[in-house]
Design a protein. Structure first.
Length: 160
């Protein structure tokens, strides 16, 4: 079957930046995602639509279809006592927070000061053109439960 909305797709991938430096790779742990649910960057998801098992897809995803442009988010200072008690803040660390609209947002720590941390909602790969080299390993229809949850289950997917 071909990749379309409501497909659960298993991928091997290598992600490189413009200079050919490997940023991330599946390396024996294939990525499993539910197509059409914003689980992977839009540029890669669009490139994969219509492909089938065994296909190799190479795509360069510009920032606008990847993790966004750089410089669109203002850094914010957060007092240390507002951070979860169980973390030791370090630059580059990812934090889950709740935005003013009640939705969860992901923040990255840019800098740690004596009484506060500087955080940004900008993804570390914002502004980077993403070079994906992807092989489709498996395509199957999502189960009803997976569609209700909005993610893939099973090996490589979400565990409850
Ligand atoms: Zn689930």
């Amino acid at each position: 079957m071909k990749i379309a909305a409501a497909s659960v797709v298993t991928l091997d991938y290598v992600l490189k930046d413009e200079k050919g430096v490997t940023i991330d790779e599946s390396a024996g742990h294939p990525l499993v995602y539910l197509h059409g649910h914003d689980m992977i960057v839009p540029g890669l998801e669009n490139a994969l639509a219509g492909h089938a098992v065994g296909d190799n897809v190479k795509v360069a995803v510009p920032p606008g279809e990847g993790y966004g442009e750089r410089g669109e988010e203002q850094p914010m200072s957060v007092p240390l006592d507002r951070l979860p008690k169980d973390i030791k803040p370090e630059a580059g660390m990812m934090l889950d927070a709740v935005g003013p609209d009640g939705n969860s947002v992901t923040l990255w720590i840019m800098d740690v000061k004596p009484d506060a941390v500087l955080v940004t909602a900008e993804h570390p790969l914002a502004g980077v053109t993403l070079h994906f080299d992807v092989t489709v390993k498996e395509v199957r229809a999502a189960t009803k439960e997976e569609l209700e949850h909005g993610h893939a289950h099973g090996e490589g997917g979400h565990h409850h």
